[in-house]
Design a protein around this ligand. Structure first.
Ligand SMILES: [Fe+2]
Length: 148
């Protein structure tokens, strides 16, 4: 049986959708966000999108959003993050600052968006390099560690 299921979209809660969507498009080098109803839609490849919506003063959990990018895009994203003076880390627990990881033989790093969502840019799909996880620091070591 053949199926065709592609990821379509998810919502990204934020305080200010213009600020947050512009941050993402600027740092990743994407097209301008497009309004759609209450959302600001940031389009990705394969017609997927992140749809920013303001939480309207309600509390919201920070989430993790990861972007699989080619090597040239990775260099450009890291350069933009650095130029903005943003902190970045090799691991999701933010223990290894200013470094990239080499999971699966590629490169990856983590940084925060204006609301504290944990963003990740990486160049190889998880597990594509035989599942090598090359940073011992990128493991939870306490109950306070989480993957966001
Ligand atoms: Fe991730």
């Amino acid at each position: 049986m053949t199926t065709s299921i592609r990821f379509s979209h998810t919502l990204v809660h934020c305080r200010d959708k213009k600020t947050s969507a512009a941050f993402l498009t600027d740092v990743l080098g994407l097209d301008e966000p497009k309004p759609f109803g209450p959302f600001l839609v940031v389009g990705l490849d394969h017609d997927a999108s992140l749809d920013f919506i303001e939480a309207g003063g309600m509390e919201f959990e920070t989430q993790h959003y990861a972007f699989l990018v080619d090597d040239a895009s990775f260099d450009a994203i890291l350069e933009r993050v650095t130029r903005r003076g943003l902190d970045y880390w090799a691991d999701p627990f933010r223990r290894v600052p200013g470094e990239v990881n080499h999971h699966d033989g590629g490169r990856g790093f983590y940084f925060l968006d204006p609301d504290g969502h944990l963003l990740e840019a990486h160049t190889r799909p998880y597990g594509s390099g035989g599942g090598t996880w090359r940073s011992s620091s990128a493991r939870p070591t306490s109950a306070s560690d989480n993957w966001r």
